[in-house]
Write a protein that binds this ligand. Sequence first.
Ligand code: MTE
Ligand code: MO
Length: 261
Amino acid sequence: MSRRLILPTVDAPAVVAEAKRLLARRVTHPGRRAFLQRTLTLGGVAMISGCSLTEDDHVETALAAVSRWNDRAQAALLDPTRLAPTCDESMVVRPFPFNAHYPEAEVRQVNGATWRLELSGRVSQPSRWTLADLNAMPQQTQITRHICVEGWSAIGKWSGVPFAHVLKAAGADLSAKYVAFQCDDGYHTSIDMATALHPQTQLSLRCDGEVLSPRHGYPLKLRMPTKLGYKNPKHIRAIVVTNTYPGGYWEDQGYHWFGGS
Ligand SMILES: Nc1nc2c(c(=O)[nH]1)N[C@H]1C(S)=C(S)[C@@H](COP(=O)(O)O)O[C@H]1N2
Ligand SMILES: [Mo]
């Protein structure tokens, strides 16, 4: 399925008015409402009310539009220690929705036995991890909301290795600007180092307690509750630490690079 870029024609004042109306209904604490109205980004909303947004809430689509021209505001919001809301197990959506730049019938079937995760670039120990290597590393679980700019969101449960652990294990230059991801299906994306080191940024090996299914990126996806869906690469095969701006599949076509949620 091909998608058009949904954002350039958006009427910004109308979007903001709609978002404020929704927020006024939802956020009852006056201090919080004032904060949201000052920092009206998708990031601000998801950070504060990520679990209470409903699956079909227009505010998500609307605020995705706002986020495009709010890069600096979002960077300021992303205090590296600030955590995205975590949700209750009862809110997990099953089955978790699928999305990609192709139909589900074309999902990649990756052979986990021969698969290796390559880590290169600004690292003192370029690495080729096996699935067993990654499974032997410390694991964490998070239940968080994934927000796609195409207008849907869903709460999922992901388990895997904190990404900071993997970067440190490879001796990555943690002062480098970017971390880039190349995927088996030709997808690619990249993130800033602060997000790479965020405690909820996870190399996910499991979804809802089961080994990742092919549709969700077997054998490995990067899960970041502080970033929009398109920044969460599935089927990762190579990671590069770099100071050269790497762009991304959707980012190169106009999607916001920071892409915070
Ligand atoms: N390799 C790869 N990763 C990808 C994509 C893709 O097409 N290929 N699509 C992105 C988008 S736009 C979304 S919303 C999520 C969807 O993840 P899900 O299928 O687990 O819901 O994957 C992201 N990561
Ligand atoms: Mo998406």
